[in-house]
Write a protein that binds this ligand. Structure first.
Ligand SMILES: *[C@@H]1O[C@H](CO)[C@@H](O)[C@H](O)[C@H]1NC(C)=O
Ligand SMILES: *[C@@H]1O[C@H](CO)[C@@H](O)[C@H](O)[C@H]1NC(C)=O
Ligand SMILES: *[C@@H]1O[C@H](CO)[C@@H](O)[C@H](O)[C@H]1NC(C)=O
Ligand SMILES: *[C@@H]1O[C@H](CO)[C@@H](O)[C@H](O)[C@H]1NC(C)=O
Length: 250
């Protein structure tokens, strides 16, 4: 009976292991980019943006908000000259972007200004009861050279980048923040703390769910392997006991 259980467990572990590996293989296969089309695509992305390092100081000159992030702006607008809907996808260049803002007890604001007539504003809110914060408002105003008229959009009822007071929020995975119907922001390598900084360094990081998903596969494989080792050890010990008992009966 014990042996059957062990055999079953070994079988299951192996099954789990192979299923996981196969699953990962399948995921890899799916995520391989398709071969480039022969005709040039209408809207080519500008590639992965560079990570900027921004901070805001409060009235006493202490850093009260820190944000490391790589940002890509995606605007959909009607082009008068082309008489059609166009998507403008632009990376924010951190070397040309100035940060400013303000902090109080329940609100922290980060403004990013680039010389290409782009202003992005992020507002974080702290709930002092639950001691949790989030990004609740994003706005943009842009007037790029090839735009017929200035573009602006905002949304004050967002609920992104939720974290706990004293901790920073981290997301290494690509994340799309939908702000309005015609404006979204893609973040890459994001690390932010809008409240509760002590000194110049980030608090411990809470990782976003997207990053945690990347961890699940190694954990499952590790657990299955650990289980296998344990079972083999157990089988070995039971086997030794058996043969020992066998000698005694002779
Ligand atoms: C930009 O946004 C549009 C509309 O949401 C979407 O279809 C498109 O894939 C986005 N482009 C990029 C490069 O993310
Ligand atoms: C500035 O931030 C520091 C650290 O978070 C805080 O102790 C201080 O009270 C803040 N000052 C003001 C005027 O908000
Ligand atoms: C703050 O958090 C508490 C407890 O979770 C909740 O009841 C309250 O509605 C929140 N306040 C705001 C302004 O969201
Ligand atoms: C603002 O964001 C919320 C949540 O993502 C969304 O439901 C709502 O439609 C947005 N409002 C506007 C004006 O785009």
């Amino acid at each position: 009976m014990a042996q059957m259980c062990i055999a079953l467990y070994v079988g299951l572990s192996l099954h789990l292991l192979f299923a996981t590996v196969l699953h990962q293989g399948a995921a890899d296969f799916v995520s391989t980019p398709p071969p480039p089309p022969t005709t040039s695509p209408p809207h080519k992305g500008p590639g992965v943006p560079a990570q900027g390092d921004y901070s805001v100081k409060n009235e006493t000159g202490t850093v009260c908000l820190k944000a490391k992030m790589a940002l890509q702006i995606n605007i959909t607008l009607h082009s008068a000259s082309l008489n059609t809907i166009v998507q403008k996808v632009v990376n924010l260049n951190p070397n040309e972007t100035a940060s400013s803002g303000s902090c109080d007890k329940e609100r922290a604001i980060l403004k990013l200004n680039s010389p290409q007539q782009t202003e992005l504003t992020f507002q974080f809110t702290l709930n002092t009861t639950s001691k949790r914060y989030n990004l609740n408002s994003v706005s943009i105003s842009a007037s790029w050279p090839d735009m017929a008229e200035g573009f602006s959009a905002h949304n004050d009822s967002l609920d992104y980048l939720q974290g706990n007071l004293g901790f920073s929020y981290m997301c290494r995975s690509e994340q799309t923040l939908e702000v309005s119907q015609n404006f979204s922001l893609k973040t890459y390598f994001l690390h932010v703390q809008p409240f509760g900084l002590t000194g110049d360094a980030f608090g411990s990081a809470l990782e976003c769910l997207l990053d945690q998903d990347d961890l699940v596969i190694p954990i499952v494989v590790g657990a299955a392997l650990a289980g296998l080792v344990l079972v083999v050890l157990l089988a070995y010990m039971i086997g030794r006991k058996r043969s020992h008992a066998g000698y005694q009966t002779i």
